[in-house]
Design a protein around this ligand. Structure first.
Ligand SMILES: Nc1ncnc2c1ncn2[C@@H]1O[C@H](COP(=O)(O)OP(=O)(O)OP(=O)(O)O)[C@@H](O)[C@H]1O
Length: 363
């Protein structure tokens, strides 16, 4: 077997951590802005901090364009970052290609949304998996060792009997089977961290649950730290231990998944849960998780000139004057361990004023 069944490290140990991660993409400047000294950038990700722990799934939830994929690519070291730190087992890590990058991806593997795009159509499953096993030094000894490692990988992702799939081309497989091959290829590295960027959103709704169950099973058996990126907050409740919500490049709420999805605090998270009310939707009809309700409450802001203060304030039904000028820090929400919201509604002074004069505060 190429992967360790029982890793010695304890569950909950932080494996990979983002601290104040920031990414601004430069954009092509118009003639007028060429005269300005301030460079024009897309504020894709600002000050994001996440700790991925062994044996736990952390969901990163938000609508399209909120910066989720950029966080995944930063954590995979595919983009240089503008600011912040990425720590692997506590050690600040910055790799740009070459041997250090290969050593990093051996431990941190990225699974993409589209298994069609991520598997080369001219190569068989055997080719894809052999390449991964060889690159990461897990191909066993001799031809028999390789065959065993290939069979083990396919068994691990429930593509059995392995002989039925090894010599298949991607187009001969269903979407779910292709995503399982992509997961097997990631496991070929024997990683500690899986960064799963919308791993089921392109799959038929009827097979999403099977692939999420597989990821959950792998997380448990291999003690993996998993980042699960999704726009579907209902699936985060089902699949993730912890949920972090992003809006317009910033984290706005976090905590254990049950609390965040069942008692959302930030007005944006409430909007998301209102537009995705049915947790069973993951197995049934209605795959559009961004939902009409959410869009009905306005559009996300420009990330070239994001709003000052809280980025959600132009859409927020509860916005107060300070929301337009002061960036809210993460504030504990006193209803569950670790639950916080970056929202002035939870500022102790605001809460005290509301409790003292509830009608005035509501105005
Ligand atoms: N290479 C790039 N150059 C310029 N802007 C970019 C680049 N990549 C992403 N962006 C911008 O950064 C913002 C965040 O994009 P990102 O893809 O991370 O969001 P997302 O939440 O993953 O959305 P989706 O679910 O649609 O993938 C968007 O405004 C996007 O247009």
């Amino acid at each position: 077997m190429t992967t360790t069944e029982s890793a010695p490290a304890p569950v909950d140990e932080v494996v990979l951590e983002a601290v104040g991660l920031t990414k601004h993409f430069p954009v092509r400047r118009r003639l007028r802005s060429l005269l300005s000294r301030t460079p024009t950038v897309v504020h894709a990700v600002d000050d994001v901090s996440i700790a991925l722990r062994r044996g736990r799934v952390t969901a990163l939830v938000g609508e399209s364009g909120s910066g989720k994929s950029t966080v995944a690519r930063l954590l995979a070291q595919l983009y240089p970052r503008t600011a912040g730190d990425i720590r692997l087992h506590g050690t600040p890590t910055r790799v740009r290609g070459g041997r250090p990058f290969r050593a990093y991806v051996r431990r941190v593997q990225l699974i993409l949304q589209d298994p069609f795009a991520s598997l080369n159509p001219v190569h068989t499953v055997r080719y894809h998996l052999t390449r991964s096993l060889r690159i990461h030094g897990n191909a066993g000894t001799g031809p028999d060792g390789l065959e065993q490692a290939l069979a083990d990988l396919l068994t691990r992702v429930s593509l059995t009997p392995p002989g039925r799939y090894l010599d298949a081309f991607p187009h001969e497989l269903s979407g779910g089977q292709r995503q399982r091959v992509a997961i097997a290829r990631a496991l070929g590295a024997n990683p500690e961290v899986l960064l799963a960027d919308e791993p089921v959103s392109m799959l038929d709704v009827s097979i999403r649950l099977g692939v999420l169950n597989l990821l959950q099973d792998l997380k448990d058996r291999l003690n993996l730290a998993v980042l699960y990126i999704t726009h579907d907050i209902a699936s985060a409740r089902y699949f993730a231990d912890e949920t972090i919500v992003m809006y317009a490049g910033r984290m706005v709420e976090g905590g254990d998944s049950e609390t965040v999805t069942q008692r959302p605090a930030h007005p944006y998270t409430r909007l998301l849960t209102d537009s995705a009310p049915d947790p069973e939707r993951i197995t049934g009809a209605g795959s559009n998780a961004t939902g009409a309700g959410e869009r009905g409450h306005g559009e996300p802001p420009s990330l070239i000139h994001p709003p000052a203060g809280c980025r959600f304030h132009p859409r927020c039904p509860h916005a107060m004057a300070r929301c337009a000028t002061e960036l809210p820090p993460p504030i504990p929400v006193e209803d569950g361990p670790g639950h916080w919201a970056a929202c002035w509604l939870f500022d102790p002074a605001t809460v005290a004023a509301r409790d003292a004069a509830p009608e005035e505060a509501a105005r």
